[in-house]
Design a binder for this molecule. Structure first.
Ligand code: XLS
Ligand code: NI
Ligand code: NI
Length: 437
């Protein structure tokens, strides 16, 4: 079998003292942290689009990526070769999962029927790859944003024909995901949003989006697909306002349209940044609603106001992510999906390995640190203690709605001015985190 990454061995755990850039320093898949192995905690996933299909262009210049397996024809045969490249990569980087859009894996044809057929041809190769390696599909999705037909959106296009085209495309992508035993299916809002309200009936577009998702839920039942449906919040880009702007907006939308029982959220770090939130905020909002499903792991650049999709290397970030994840009891169908791309200057195939090794090591450290913080217990007990005034009999009555304004007034008036406030100890807690990093 041809090797597409000659000279790159299967990446091994070398330990923190290793100086080999092609070894993990912290990600040791079989090492047990708490109750599970690192592999099972982290559930790393490689994305097809950035890793194998992104030419690394930017608005000022064309792609720089050198991908020796790409013959430039855009043919189905070349897409099948790329699928073999992908599985060699998954194996060598030791990732148990991957994710794709329909159009990342197979070229669009001259008609919908031809596009479906192209997809089927490449999916055969993906299926072989999965069977051979045991790598699984974390989630599939449909690209409803690149083709010019989707210029006004897909499910929120003012044009019914576009809504129908998108429906057929998602129907097929769901079938393919199901056929590959995918653990989930993601709806990221592509161009579902607006550039100006002057030409937009927002209410009607949101109604259509909900109808689209209800149809997907219906079809899911019909084909017996039991994977998780995810919505992925993002506030802007490509449109100036994306309807799924942040976790709170998504939850409100899902509740309004009675879709919440059918969806979980896939939270992406760079999207949180664009929404003006910390990743931890978005995770906590989702967890609070019992709706955190998966993470698109990456990071933005605070000096660049767009979705730069860089690989996560900041240990504070990965620690906070894993602190939230461990607190909620870990992933079920989701995972740490690297929705991240190498920089345009990092154009060689080897850079794909360095990037993933760095992200996987950063998350492995985040996992170990978060576990240590939780085992230490001081942070959790501080937060619990902070609310202890609510833990008595009266607090319980207020929380459960048995004591209202009148009882609260009778309780507080005799006590006079408040003398019981305590310090929030932010600096002390920040120091505590640093003890572990
Ligand atoms: C784009 C999104 C996209 C989704 C999948 O910003 O992150 O890559 O994850 O459609
Ligand atoms: Ni994403
Ligand atoms: Ni993104």
């Amino acid at each position: 079998m041809a090797e597409f990454f000659p000279g790159v061995p299967k990446i091994q755990f070398g330990g923190p003292k290793s100086r080999n850039p092609l070894e993990f320093k912290h990600y040791n898949p079989d090492e047990v942290v708490g109750d599970k192995t690192m592999r099972d905690h982290l559930r790393f996933s490689v994305v097809y689009w950035h890793t194998f299909s992104n030419p690394l262009s930017d608005p000022f210049g064309s792609g720089t990526a050198v991908r020796p397996w790409d013959d430039g024809t855009g043919s189905v045969a070349n897409a099948q070769t790329k699928a073999k490249v992908a599985f060699e990569f998954f194996e060598k980087i030791n990732a148990p999962f991957y994710a794709f859009h329909d159009r990342d894996v197979a070229p669009e044809g001259a008609s919908l029927t031809e596009s479906h057929a192209n997809l089927d041809e490449v999916v055969k190769v993906l299926k072989d790859g999965q069977d051979r390696t045991g790598v699984k599909l974390l989630w599939g999705t449909a690209n409803l944003f690149s083709n010019p037909r989707y210029m006004h959106g897909a499910a929120t296009s003012p044009n019914l024909e576009v809504f129908a085209y998108a429906s057929a495309q998602v129907k097929k992508a769901m079938e393919v995901t199901h056929g590959l035993g995918g653990l989930g299916y993601t709806f990221w809002g592509g161009r579902e949003g607006y550039q100006t309200l002057l030409n937009t009936d927002m209410k009607r577009e949101l109604d259509h989006l909900a109808r689209f998702l209800h149809n997907a839920v219906e079809y899911k039942k019909q084909i017996g697909f039991t994977g998780t449906f995810y919505i992925e919040p993002k506030p802007k880009e490509p449109t100036k306002h994306q309807y799924d702007s942040d976790a709170a907006a998504c939850l409100n939308f899902l509740r309004t349209y009675e879709l919440l029982p059918h969806f979980k959220l896939n939270i992406e770090t760079n999207h949180a940044t664009l929404a003006g939130h910390e990743m931890m905020h978005e995770l906590e909002v989702a967890i609070g609603a019992g709706a955190l499903g998966s993470i698109d792991a990456n990071t933005g650049d605070p000096l660049l106001g767009w979705d730069t999709d860089q690989f996560p290397t900041d240990i504070y970030l990965t620690t906070k992510c894993m602190y939230c994840m461990l607190g909620m009891g870990g992933f079920t169908t989701g995972g740490v999906n690297f929705d991240a791309k190498v920089r345009r200057e990092s154009f060689e195939p080897l850079d794909l390995f360095y990037a993933h090794i760095g992200g996987m090591d950063a998350f492995a450290r985040g996992l170990k640190i978060a576990h240590a913080i939780i085992s230490d217990g001081r942070l959790c007990s501080f937060v619990k203690e902070r609310y202890r005034s609510w833990d008595g009999e009266f607090g319980r009555r207020v929380e459960s709605g048995q004591a209202g304004f009148t009882e609260l007034e009778s309780y507080i008036v005799p006590k006079g001015e408040i003398k019981t406030n305590e310090s929030g100890r932010q600096e002390m807690l920040e120091n505590l985190i640093n003890e572990f990093i």
